[in-house]
Design a protein around this ligand. Sequence first.
Ligand code: DAH
Length: 352
Amino acid sequence: MANEVFNRVAALITEIENATAETPEAVEAFRIRYLGSKNILKPLMGEMRNIPNEQKRDFGQLVNKAKETAQSKFDALQAATQDNAGADAGAKFDLTAPAEPMPLGSRHPIALTMRRIISIFERIGFTVAEGPEVEDDWHNFTAMNTPEDHPARDMQDTFYVATGMPAGPDNADMLLRTHTSSVQARTMETSKPPIRIIAPGRVYRNETISARSHAQFHQVEGLYIAEKCSFADMKATLLHFAREMYGDKTKIRLRPSYFPFTEPSAEMDIWWGLESEHDYRITKGTGWLEILGCGMVDPEVLKNCGIDPEKYTGYAFGMGIERQAMLLYNITDIRLMFENDVRFLKQFSGVI
Ligand code: DAH
């Protein structure tokens, strides 16, 4: 009887020594069987009362040996499967395989158009100036000679920003700039003539969104101030721009217009032609397309920004970008440019 129990423990030790487990699940099964709270070695101690006294000590030692063997076997199995897992993970990567091609993004049509315009003016000596999109009332309107009661200041047109502070000399009304002309004021305040800058950027107006207009859009502003700068200088520069942008045969015309910050003021059209029905539609049957507003900087504006109007004259212009991007790339709905649908955007990959 006692011998039979001894033999059972000896057989268990052999079983433990020979056990294998290749997966973490098998190692766990081993742990539950030999080391878990209901492991099969536990009941053996209960056999102690059936063992003759002189053999009790040997039996206790044998059962302990079984426990120790189970523990050290478990440690070994666990270490082995962890190594295996590491080796397996390594095998999943074929380090000699050719790399997956990385899909390249593309520039946004607005960025493409803006870059083209910037580079035309940079080549003739203009540098890029910037200003904040959240602007104060003074730089956006007052400095630009836009009177208090001008309709552009209306809440209907301008997004004012709630600052939580009463408006006053130290707390200006804040707004999302309605044009990049505010950068003219900022530049004149901080630099001395000659000034030759362009200011590209985003502007905001409270417009109803449709296929042709949006509440956010982009402009490029230009400002040139020097001694004896004339309207003819402006016209030559803008003709140069139009030809670089739309081809060297491009014709322009300047139509008298009104802006509070220029005197005289004009709008520039380019001759688009009337060859197709599409041309008729986009030029409203005239063949001419308006591209920008411009004029000689009003002496009031120079004065507001600390430049002597007796000594200096200058011209300025401002153009919308979306409109030109739509012309260049045959885009029929301005909203496409703000939806960021990849099916639209990826059509510009490779365009520079
Ligand atoms: N700021 C005008 C607008 O947003 C465009 C403009 C017109 C800018 C004439 C100028 C300018 O600098 O001289 O409609």
